[in-house]
Design a protein around this ligand. Structure first.
Ligand code: FAD
Length: 376
């Protein structure tokens, strides 16, 4: 057999895996399968790879198109794994809260308490504890839960308005379980995350995902659900990272999400707000936060900057899904879909949409690595 025939026969061979979705879950799974000598095809209905961590380079600034993403993890395996595909800078998330023009440190720490009450030593622990006593008994809603954790002053200025905007409902109508913990630090540490490792991939997340997918066939603007049986015929096994209810044609109903809307603006100043993330915690400002993308990276002296105002919005079918709503109704609907998914033997459902689960990036990477290990 000549080279050409071998090539033709190879082309007609089935793929071992068709990966639906070029987000982190799909890209990591594809990378692992390819590294083990498997033939993999990745498709995505969007016009770009990287899913929701996609960053677009606009005039030299990597803009986080689907919301600000900060990589943080305690998982050394995941950290070592991602280092193979990108260098990470030393970005440390230190968001600031703006309440009617008053600026506070987030998370709640000594700077916050100094601004709030003028205290200069950790003695205000007693002050918070006293305010928390306002709620006696089991908190009946998010407002009571927050007050019982951090007291009324912090709740009123830094939690109430922001949370209401996020969920589109008053805090006293939201369930208490949404807030489990509110970390309070009696130190001057402004680092939001308690993670061992933290940073932003140099050159943006898209570059990281492109490196994961290097040498793997990728077809963009290709929707698996538009011709499922054709795509199924291409591979022995499918890894599906799209929405699980969409896969089953919403036959049991639609899973709900909270959505977001982004307003991007190029501003002709070098420095708009001096920080990558500023949360607007009052209820009068319609957006929840402003992201200034250049501050995720270092060393630019561009005379302009790009900012994004982030609005939380009610989700309706057809909108971009962002945060799963893990209430009883949606959780039980998801379990029904999951039971149906378990019967589809040639399909692996993974990632935030396939498992209807909020995953941080490190968790979704860990989950894809584990899924591949199971395949082996
Ligand atoms: P996705 O990135 O959504 O990838 C799924 C892909 O499948 C998409 O590209 C989609 O187009 C494609 N697809 C779907 N259906 C089909 C179909 N029918 N045919 C073909 N393709 C299809 N995590 C952190 O660790 N730190 C953060 O700071 C952080 N910030 C976040 C901010 C926001 C606003 C949100 C919503 C999430 C944030 N996350 C953060 C979580 C992070 O975005 C997720 O962990 C990650 O994107 C999940 O990757 P995924 O591959 O599961 O999903």
């Amino acid at each position: 057999m000549g080279f050409r025939e071998i090539e033709e026969e190879y082309q007609q061979m089935k793929y071992d895996y068709l990966v639906v979705g070029a987000g982190l879950f799909g890209a990591v799974f594809a990378e692992q399968a390819k590294s083990s000598g498997k033939r993999v095809l990745v498709i995505d209905k969007r016009s770009h790879v990287a899913g929701n961590v996609y960053t677009e380079n606009i005039r030299g600034i990597n803009v986080h198109k689907y919301g600000a993403h900060i990589f943080h993890t305690n998982n050394s395996d995941v950290w070592n794994y991602v280092q193979r595909f990108a260098g990470f800078n030393r970005y440390t998330n230190s968001p600031v809260a703006n309440y009617h023009g008053e600026l506070y440190s987030l998370p709640f720490n000594m700077y916050t308490f100094n601004k709030m009450w003028g205290v200069i030593t950790p003695e205000q622990e007693a002050k918070i504890a006293k305010q928390c006593q306002e709620i006696s008994g089991e908190p009946r809603n998010l407002e009571e839960q927050a007050i019982s954790l951090v007291g009324r002053d912090i709740y009123e200025k830094l939690i109430k308005g922001y949370t209401q905007k996020q969920w589109g409902r008053p805090c006293n109508e939201l369930p208490a379980f949404i807030i489990k913990r509110l970390p309070v630090r009696l130190t001057f540490d402004n680092n939001y995350f308690n993670a061992l490792y933290q940073g932003i991939p140099v050159g943006g997340y898209t570059k990281l995902v492109e490196n994961l997918l290097s040498g793997i066939e990728v077809k963009l603007e290709t929707d698996y659900l538009e011709d499922k049986s054709y795509f199924d015929s291409l591979a022995d096994k499918i890894v599906y990272t799209g929405a699980i209810d969409a896969y089953f044609d919403y036959s049991l109903g639609t899973l709900e999400y909270r959505s977001l809307r982004f307003e991007n603006e190029l501003v002709n100043v070098n420095n708009f707000q001096g920080n990558a993330v500023i949360n607007y915690t009052d209820s009068d400002t319609p957006f929840t936060r402003i992201i200034e993308h250049k501050f995720f990276e270092f060393g630019d002296d561009l005379p302009y900057t790009i900012i994004t105002r982030e609005y939380s919005s009610e989700w309706k079918p057809g909108d971009e899904p962002y945060y799963p709503v893990n209430d009883e109704k949606n959780s039980s609907l998801y379990s029904e879909y999951k039971t149906m998914a378990e019967r589809e033997e040639h399909i692996i459902f993974g990632g935030r949409l396939g498992e209807y689960k909020y995953y941080d990036m490190d968790q979704v990477i860990a989950s894809a690595l584990k899924t591949w290990k199971r395949e082996l």
